[in-house]
Ligand binder design. Structure first.
Ligand code: NAP
Length: 269
């Protein structure tokens, strides 16, 4: 039995075990994927066990996406660019750190890439860095980042060679693709909030909300009303997971079936 899992703290109701264990069953692989809640203090001992057992692959989430870099043999170009690792896999004897969140942004946008020349990323945290890296992989050159705390946007813009749009001016953007990487719209106190006024969304735009709880956010609702195409945050989650599965097993999984599975799982919660 090959062992895989996710490390983070807190882990809450992560969807990752559902996705990966389903994938193993689909392919008849004798493998299992578990959730391993681990605090920052516990990470070094966890990583020692990871190597000695060995565990065959790991998803890494908050708060370990940066610190886990100290425990791998090599960090991929993509993970270096983003400054975070969300996936560990073995390349022979070498433990690699990769960032599949970027693929999670790229895949849902890929078929629209031809029509996109200007991108706007709202927020400047970890997800925003994956979003900007994704837009760059799609060869979108004209990218703006806008964040409530300006210096964080400036730092991200400097790292990626993109431009800052002041948070107060974000509604004046004319972007072809808008990615929300703030938690505005998330279930709880922020659910009714929208990071952008509808006037800022042109009918030809594509609006990708990385928030996926709820699936249909206030931003996506307003984007639809403006006539824009929308992409739910679950697409990012799903594609980053499918890429992890591919790195670990060498096999792709059908996105349609994976989406159905995840929607069903969310409905049952
Ligand atoms: P993070 O590193 O904590 O960054 C959060 C960003 O949101 C910061 O730029 C922060 O601005 C901004 N922000 C927070 N509260 C705000 C508010 N009330 N008004 C305006 N801006 C606010 O978090 P992250 O890891 O990047 O995640 C951001 C969101 O992306 C999460 O809420 C999550 O829903 C989503 N996400 C989705 C996936 C997926 O698979 N779909 C994966 C990762 C993340 P300041 O700098 O001013 O604090």
């Amino acid at each position: 039995m090959k062992q895989y899992g996710i490390v983070g703290h807190p882990l809450g109701h992560t969807l990752s075990p559902t996705l990966h264990n389903w994938g193993f069953r689909q392919l008849g692989l004798e493998s299992r994927y578990d959730a391993w809640p681990t605090t920052p203090d516990e990470l070094p001992a966890f990583m020692e066990r990871f190597r000695s057992e060995p565990v065959m692959g790991l998803s890494v989430t908050i708060p370990h996406k940066r610190s886990v870099m100290d425990f791998v043999d090599e960090v991929t170009y993509r993970a270096k660019l983003v400054g975070a690792v969300n996936t560990l896999y073995w390349d022979g004897q070498k433990l690699m750190g990769e960032n599949t969140d970027v693929i999670g942004v790229v895949e849902p946008l890929r078929s629209h890439a031809q029509q996109m020349t200007t991108g706007l990323v709202l927020g400047a945290g970890g997800a925003a860095r994956a979003a900007v890296a994704g837009l760059k992989e799609l060869q979108i050159d004209n990218i703006f980042v806008s964040n409530r705390t300006r210096f964080k946007a400036e730092s991200l813009a400097h790292d990626f060679g993109i431009r800052v749009l002041d948070w107060d001016d974000r509604h004046r953007s004319d972007a072809d693709v808008i990615i929300n990487s703030t938690p505005l719209g998330m279930a709880g106190d922020l659910q009714d909030l929208c990071p952008l006024e509808p006037e800022a969304i042109k009918p030809s735009a594509i609006v990708f909300d990385l928030v996926y709880n709820p699936l249909h956010t206030e931003l996506l609702q307003r984007a639809q009303e403006a006539g824009a195409r929308t992409i739910q945050g679950l697409e990012m989650f799903m594609h980053q997971g499918l890429e992890q599965f591919r790195l670990w097993t060498g096999h792709g999984l059908d996105p349609e079936s994976a989406r159905e599975l995840l929607l069903q799982e969310l409905q049952n919660r």
